[in-house]
Structure formats: C-alpha cells, structure tokens
Design a protein around this ligand. Structure first.
Ligand code: ADP
Ligand code: MG
Length: 602
C-alpha cells in the first residue's frame, strides 16, 4: 500500500493533500499518478465514478505545468457545467500552495467575456465543457496552441451527449505532441475510436471491470395502445414507489404536457426542455438532484446535462427517432456501479423498433406487463409497511400518547393496523379498483380484463420476498439467486420484480411447497428471508374497504401541503388540512376521477 509521498508528488501538493484529509491514494490514483509523473505518455484510464479520477490527472498536471508562465498548458474537457465547476474547484484546492496558479472554468450559461478576461490574465489550466470551448476558439478568445496536457474526463459521457465533433474540433487546435489523458467509466466502441484517433500508443489502466456500468441496465418494454400511454406511465410509477427517474419524450410540447399532467395528478414531477430559460432549467435540475422531483420529464437535448448518479429508472415515454439515441437515454441510469432499468412504452406500430435497438445495444429486452391494480395496491401497501417499519419515532408524540390510547382503548392490534394502513391504502385501492388492463397482445387486441393471471398462467403461484434492491438484488440477480438456492431450472422462476426492500416472483403451483419450506428459517447475509404467497393472485382482489375514501383524499391533500413547509410545523399542518378539503373537491373537477391516487413519497 503506497502513500502519496511514494507516488512522487512534491511538497506543495502533499501539503494540500494533507489539508484535504486524503490519507492514501485511491486505486486509480495509485496506478495513474506514477505513470503520468514519470513519462510523457498518453493514457487511457477506466474507472467508475467516485474513484478519485480528478486527482489522478489533477496532481500530475499540477506537478508538471510551469506556474511561472502565463501560457495555457493544460486543458481539461468535461461533459457538463456542474462537473466543469467541480473539477475547477478541486484543482484549486489541490493547487492551493502552487504560487501563481490560475485555473479557469469555461462553460455555457455564464458570461463568455468574463471567462475570456479571466483567461487573458494568464490561465495555466482551463477546465471546459466542449460546447463553450469551441465557441471561445472560434471567437479567438482563447489560445490553446501551446497545450502540453489535455484531459478528456468522462469521455464516455461526452460522447453520449453528442460532443464528438466539438472535441475533434477543439483538439485540432492543440499541438500534435501534447499528451492526452482519457478518463472514462466505460469503454464503448466510440471511446475506443476516439482513443485510437487522438492518442499515440496510450498506456492503459483499468480499475474494476470494463464496461461495468452498461451491463447494470436491464431493458424492458410494455405494449399498450397509444392512447393509454399516459395511464401506463402512471402505473409504472405507482408500481415503483421509490422511483427516481427521467422520462423521455420526443418533443418539447409532449415533455411539458406530460410533466404538467403528472404534477396535476399529484406526482412530484418537473419538465426539462429547451423552451425553458437557463434559470428555470437550473431550478428544475436542483430540485431533481435534491430528489424533490421524482420524475424528471425531459427532451433528449435538454437531458444532455444530466449527471445524476442514482437514477433508478429511465422511462421512454416515446421511443426516440434515432435508434442510437436510445443508448444515450438508457445510459442515464445504472451509473456508478448501481443497477438501473430502462423501460419503453410502445404501441403496436413501434414494437418492431425494439428489435433494432436490441441489435445496437446487443442485449435483449424483456417484454413485461403493465402492472394491474392489484399489483400496484400490493406494492404500495408493502412499501408503506416498510416505510413505517423503518421510521424513526418522533417523541413529540409522547405527550399526546395517553389521549390517543384512550381513543383506541377498544381497538385491538390487528384492527388498529388495518385502520392505520387503510388511511393510505384506500386511495390506491379505490383508484385502481376499476382500473382496466392496459396491456395489448401482440396481435393488437386488449387482453381481457380480469381473465389474466400473472403471466397468463393460471397454474402459477406468486410470492412476496422481503429482499430487494437495497440488498443488492435486481430482477436478474434475484432470479439467479432463487434458481440457485432452490436448485431450479432456467424457466422455473419467472415474473421476478424487485422493489427497493422487497420483491415478487412466480413459480408453477407444484413448486409452492418446495419454495415455502425452503425459506422457513432461511438467512441471507445475517438476515431472515421471508417468503410468502402473495395473496393478490388468482383474481381475488382485496375486499377490505375500511376507511372511507373521502377522508383519505383530505389526508393526502394535506400531506402534500405540509411536505412543502420545511418540517411540517404545527401551524402549517393545521392550515393545510383546513384548506385541503374544499380545494380538493373544487379542483378535482374536470378530471372526473373520484380519487386520483396521490403518490406517497419517500
Ligand atoms: P471521479 O472523478 O472518479 O468520479 P472524484 O475525483 O470526483 O471522483 O472524487 C470523488 C470524491 O473523492 C471527491 O470528493 C474527492 O475529493 C474525494 N477523493 C479523491 N481522492 C481521494 C483520496 N485519495 N482519499 C480520500 N478522498 C478522495
Ligand atoms: Mg470525475
């Protein structure tokens, strides 16, 4: 295990590193820094997000440039404004004892003349997004003809975002004998091509597996009538209570429309497209980053700037015109070693496009059914149960406990639980009780309502299992896990669906005994794994109608309000509850829905 000293960094840098509290180099730093310090070479470095790549190229660059010269010697290209600012900031911290150092950030959406002035003062290092950099070059506001070191950071992302031509153009203004250091999480063909074109004999280092992130994305499609697209979107969201997603539409108009409709229906959604001002876009992106928005509805162009790591789902509300664009969309999820799902809602006329996408991504889609009302109710109920189970107790309640206890004196635990859950659950139940089946068969007709058991099989059993995404499972991993544990064949476990903290799967009825007995007293990573037959199968719907719908509407309307007030303080709560009743009944008009389900968030 080496230290930063061992890597051969100078005193100024070591002092800054110690100020930053870095004690030992990360793997990519350990591998890249000695190479870059000791030789004048090109380099391709593959490492996931969060592995410390900035310092891996930043330290050597700071060590190698001449701070006494005002000439621009280093150029770092990065895909987004946020990253550009982040890198600039890090470089300034790393170089805080390098006297005379000037690092300038060059990015769109901010004054180009201010940036040009900062460069004129003598910037040894420029950190830039490709678009703005190209602009500056064509306006002769910057001279990069004496660059010695260029970095392509997050090269895969830059290419994903369509910056290939800009990069080519920019690099054509730099000297041939410079060194180019390419950093990327994955090595798709396009990146390999860039490496080949611009680099001479690059040394290569890899941390972790190549192309790790792209294999983390699974692809699903849902076949519905075009007019049911929006309903399908809502169900996909309702079936995934912890969804944090980008929803792609083809036009700005659709983007705006879908976002507005989602907001009206009580989802935390926002629109991102080119008709919004930079300021509006920043606001939306900030809310998304803070997860105040769960569903970001975006056009392809506007989504270029999205560099958020934990997106769980990409939803293709419509397929893109260009098949290639699909890879850019699905690449928004499954980043930083996490898993993600890319879902496509298709109508009959588009379904053949799936085949051509499969060829391009070299992966098969799974055709899945839009969950029906019973599925969704079950998921929501279990999600709520988990949330309650994991909730930290607010002891402010203690002082009211005795009055509450008096009220519930005659209510036994089971009844209390049922009532408690009904508060939330009944909205979903009511909404979805009469919900139609949205799936159409490949021949184009709507599948018969109610006649469908899961997967169209009457002889299968559906199970609930209390492990999910949180435990590192996606549907593929869980399927493998179950097959392995139970020693089953390839198709014995099907319709595996993972949520955050629980999942569902099916087997044939004849395996029921085996499955249930295997999982009594079974532990996985120190935790009891519980498998139960999921009762919503076999056409039987819940008939627990306790807890009138109208009250629930009030409740959720009120809850939505006081989520906005910072911590739901008392006066807020009272006001919102007072308000919500009339407001909901007035504003509910137009839609005709007795109860739009309000999302339960977080
Ligand atoms: P990447 O570019 O690979 O996504 P970053 O360079 O942005 O990763 O680094 C991620 C975080 O880790 C940053 O906050 C950075 O300051 C910190 N970091 C980098 N190197 C080290 C280290 N050796 N020890 C501790 N923290 C580090
Ligand atoms: Mg980085």
């Amino acid at each position: 295990m080496s230290t930063f000293q061992d890597l051969g960094l100078n005193e100024d840098l070591l002092q800054a590193i110690s100020d930053l509290g870095f004690t030992k180099p990360s793997e990519v730093q350990e591998k890249a820094i000695p190479i870059l310090l000791e030789s004048e070479t090109d380099l391709v470095a593959l490492a996931q997000t969060g592995t410390g790549k900035t310092a891996a190229f930043g330290f050597p660059m700071l060590e190698k440039i001449d701070v006494n010269s005002r000439t621009t010697q280093g150029l770092i290209l990065s895909p987004t404004r946020e990253l550009c600012l982040q890198i600039t900031n890090e470089m300034k911290l790393y170089g805080k004892y390098c006297k005379g150092l000037n690092v300038v950030a060059v990015y769109g959406g901010s004054s180009i003349t201010d940036q040009a002035r900062d460069i004129k003062r003598g910037a040894q290092i420029i950190v830039a997004t490709p678009g703005r950099m190209k602009d500056m070059i064509s306006r002769r506001l910057v001279d990069i003809s004496k660059i010695q070191y260029s970095v392509l950071d997050e090269a895969d992302e830059m290419l994903n975002m369509g910056f290939k031509e800009d990069i080519t153009d920019i690099l054509s203004h730099t000297p041939d004998d410079k060194n180019t250091w390419l950093f990327s999480a994955t090595m798709p063909r396009e990146v390999a091509r860039i490496a080949k074109k611009f680099m001479h004999d690059p040394q290569e280092i890899t941390v972790g597996n190549k192309n790790e992130s792209s294999s983390n994305v699974s692809h699903e499609y849902y076949l519905v009538n075009a007019r049911d697209r929006y309903q399908a979107l809502k169900r996909l969201s309702d079936a995934n209570p912890d969804i944090f997603s980008v929803v792609f539409c083809r036009t700005k108009r659709d983007t705006q429309k879908v976002a507005e409709q989602l907001i009206e229906d009580g989802y935390s959604a926002g629109a991102l497209h080119g008709d919004l001002s930079q300021n509006q876009r920043d606001l939306v992106m900030n809310s998304f980053r803070k997860k105040q928005i769960q569903m970001l509805v975006a056009t392809d162009v506007a989504a270029r700037g999205i560099d958020v790591d934990d997106i769980t789902h990409v939803i293709n509300y419509q397929l893109p015109d260009e098949t290639e664009t699909y890879t850019h969309r699905s690449g928004r999820t499954g980043r930083a070693g996490k898993t993600g799902v890319s879902m496509v809602i298709v109508s009959k006329s588009e379904v053949r496009k799936i085949k051509s996408i499969e060829r391009i991504i070299n992966k098969a889609f799974e055709k899945k059914d839009i969950p029906d009302g019973a599925d969704i109710c079950e998921v929501q109920l279990m999600s709520l149960a988990n949330k309650i189970h994991n909730t930290e107790i607010n002891h402010e309640i203690d002082k009211h406990l005795s009055s509450i206890n008096t009220l519930f004196e005659d209510t036994d635990k089971d009844e209390l639980i049922k009532k408690f859950f009904s508060v939330e659950f009944t909205r979903f139940y009511n909404y979805y009780q009469k919900a139609k089946n949205l799936n159409i068969s490949d021949t184009g007709s709507r599948e018969r309502d109610g006649g469908r058991n899961y997967g169209g099989k009457n002889d299968s059993t559906r199970y609930f299992i209390n492990v999910g995404g949180k435990d590192g499972f996606d549907w593929m991993k869980l399927k493998d896990f179950l097959k392995e544990q139970l020693d089953l064949g390839r198709d014995d476990v099907f319709k595996v669906e993972t949520k955050d903290s629980f999942s569902f799967f099916n087997t044939e009825n004849e395996l029921k005994e085996k499955v249930l007995s295997y999982f009594t007293d079974f532990k996985y990573e120190g935790r009891f794994v519980n498998v139960e037959v999921s009762e919503n199968r076999g056409g039987g719907r819940r008939n627990d109608k306790r807890g009138g719908g109208r009250r629930d509407n009030n409740h959720s309307g009120g809850r939505r309000e006081h989520r906005k007030g910072a911590s739901g303080n008392r006066s807020d709560r009272r006001r919102s509850e007072g308000d919500s009743k009339p407001r909901r009944s007035d504003s509910g008009s137009g839609s005709g829905n007795i109860s739009r389900p309000r999302r339960s968030r977080r």
